[in-house]
Design a protein around this ligand. Structure first.
Ligand code: SAH
Ligand code: SF4
Ligand code: F3S
Length: 509
């Protein structure tokens, strides 16, 4: 009875439990933010089954590695880690090694060939993880890579693995239906499905109640979030509405989201952002390429013009919103002109930051099956370096624009260089360093930017100043009231017209 009671309490807690008397699990995570959140789901399931988290490989009874397949080098890193785990298994005979995540899903039983691997578990099988560990008693290696059309882990409260207790990820959907020709994600994560908004709001509230001050809503394409109530199919929630529901939890809870897809990002999301000061003015809007020929081949379903139209709308509705992006250099048949188009688009947008990659062929994707990976490696590298160099200039220019301005920063940690300095981010997601002045992690402060590099803002805390952006939020209640008034007038005009028409019709009769 005592044990059950303890386990229920542990399950409710959002932080990991550490208890040397319980079986120890060690989790290593690679890849995107969604993988980080998935590891938190896995830990939650294992804690419920009686495991405790440990912070070193050498003490673990179970070693789990949550993997990424997005580029070949991501997978190569994992193969390297498996060799390290094998050494550990040679040292301690009973250690269990499990491969989770996208590489598990992509390579399936092939991974079981590696002598270090005992368990292979794909992204939709984490409820099954404790059973898989137990089933090893049979002497057989275990695998579950079944993808689901429904699984969203909605009812599982992730056990948080972040360091600071301030900022957490919430997955609002899983999978992807977009089939960009270069991308492995639809194969490793399966079909897109949206999570019940009630469970998302509950999770965000639970985080806020536990002292968290920022949530990032995650999906491969958040703009296609759509939840339809299974009990009442006429009731549905879209992403803009979900964003509003989460923003309404508390003005002191910052809300971020990622990733926006240019083909789906509507104005509703932008207006919702404009309404709520706690929704951070930052949009990650991956462009991939500035060339229409490449965008078509990548199956991104937008043109450069359409992308720039989205950017213009962001600038119009949210003038101080930061825009970041992802770019792929050297996709199949990319010409020098295509590459120049990417550089010119980058300048035209003036990105605040970017993640930039060389194209890496992923087996079985559309690009692997139908196109030739024909840009020589040296040429890909040259193009990528030019892209990185340009982005450094753009990031510096973007940071220089903040000089002298005041921003609200959420303090997330202590500076690596000095205990006397704190770090946090502006709503635009720019990292900021400043003297602590008695403030602590989790506090909001207003800071004035005094200098910068291309990567960091240097600032000082200012007590009495209005942060940049705060005053620019539109008061939509006023507009709503105006619209109601206009609506009334319109109704009157239309009624009059109808009465006139009926009148004239009656006259004719
Ligand atoms: N869902 C997000 C991105 C997910 S993957 C979106 O649609 O934007 C993150 C980034 O990895 C992608 O935006 C892309 O720039 C990059 N990427 C994906 N597949 C790649 C590949 N095969 N080679 C190089 N980069 C790739
Ligand atoms: Fe991959 Fe495209 Fe889906 Fe993003 S939207 S995960 S790039 S298929
Ligand atoms: Fe990698 Fe899978 Fe994320 S391939 S980027 S871990 S969805």
């Amino acid at each position: 009875m005592q044990i059950i009671y303890q386990m229920e309490n542990k399950y409710k807690s959002v932080r990991p439990i550490t208890d040397n008397n319980l079986p120890q699990v060690f989790i290593e995570t690679y890849g995107c933010q969604m993988n980080v959140n998935d590891s938190e789901v896995v830990l939650s399931v294992l804690q419920q089954a009686g495991y405790a988290l440990c912070d070193s490989l050498e003490k673990a009874d179970v070693i789990l590695v949550n993997t990424c397949s997005i580029r070949d080098n991501a997978e190569q890193r994992i193969w390297g880690r498996l060799d390290v785990f094998l050494q550990e298994k040679k040292r301690r005979k009973n250690v269990i090694v499990g491969i989770l995540g996208c590489m598990a899903e992509r390579l399936k039983a092939e991974l079981l060939q590696h002598p270090a691997v005992d368990i292979v578990a794909g992204p939709d099988s984490y409820r099954d993880i404790a059973r898989l560990v137990k089933a090893l008693d049979s002497g057989e290696k275990q695998i579950n890579t079944i993808l689901s059309h429904e699984e969203t882990y909605a009812d599982i409260s992730p056990v948080r693995l972040d360091k600071n207790g301030v900022s957490a990820f919430i997955s609002i959907m899983r999978g992807c239906n977009n089939m960009c020709s270069y991308c492995v994600v639809p194969y490793t994560r399966g079909a897109e499905r949206s999570r019940d908004p009630h469970s998302i709001v509950r999770e965000a509230q639970e985080l806020f109640d536990n002292g968290y001050k920022e949530v990032t809503l995650l999906g491969q394409n958040v703009d296609s979030y759509k939840w339809v109530n299974p009990d009442n199919p006429t009731e549905s929630v879209n992403f803009a509405q979900l964003l509003e529901l989460v923003a309404l939890i508390d003005p002191k809870l910052r809300v971020r989201f990622s990733t926006s897809h240019p083909k789906d990002m509507g104005n509703g999301v932008l207006y919702t952002m404009a309404m709520y000061p706690n929704i951070c003015n930052h949009i990650h809007l991956p462009v991939q390429s500035g060339s229409d020929a490449m965008l078509l081949k990548m199956n991104r379903k937008y043109t450069r013009e359409k992308y720039m139209e989205r950017v213009a709308k962001i600038r119009e509705i949210l003038p101080d919103c930061a825009i970041s992006t992802d770019i792929i250099a050297g996709f199949c048949s990319e010409t020098e002109q295509d590459h120049q188009d990417t550089l010119s688009l980058m300048k035209e947008v003036g990105y605040d930051s970017a993640f930039m990659f060389q194209y890496s062929l992923r087996p079985n994707t559309k690009a692997a099956r139908h196109f030739v990976d024909d840009v020589p490696l040296a040429e890909k590298t040259r193009r990528l370096n030019e892209i990185i160099e340009l982005q450094n200039t753009l990031s510096l220019a973007s940071n220089q624009k903040t000089l002298g301005k005041v921003y609200q920063v959420l303090i997330e940690g202590v500076s690596k260089r000095s205990d006397e300095q704190l770090v946090g981010r502006t709503p635009q997601n720019k990292a900021c360093v400043f003297d602590a002045k008695g403030y602590k992690i989790g506090d909001y402060v207003n800071v004035k930017i005094i200098s910068c590099t291309s990567a960091t803002l240097i600032a000082e805390i200012v007590e009495e100043a209005t942060p940049e952006g705060a005053a620019k939020k539109i008061d939509f209640n006023d507009i709503r009231n105006d619209l109601k008034e206009i609506g009334k007038d319109l109704k009157n005009i239309i009624n009059k017209e109808i009465n006139n028409l009926i009148g004239s019709k009656n006259d004719k009769d």
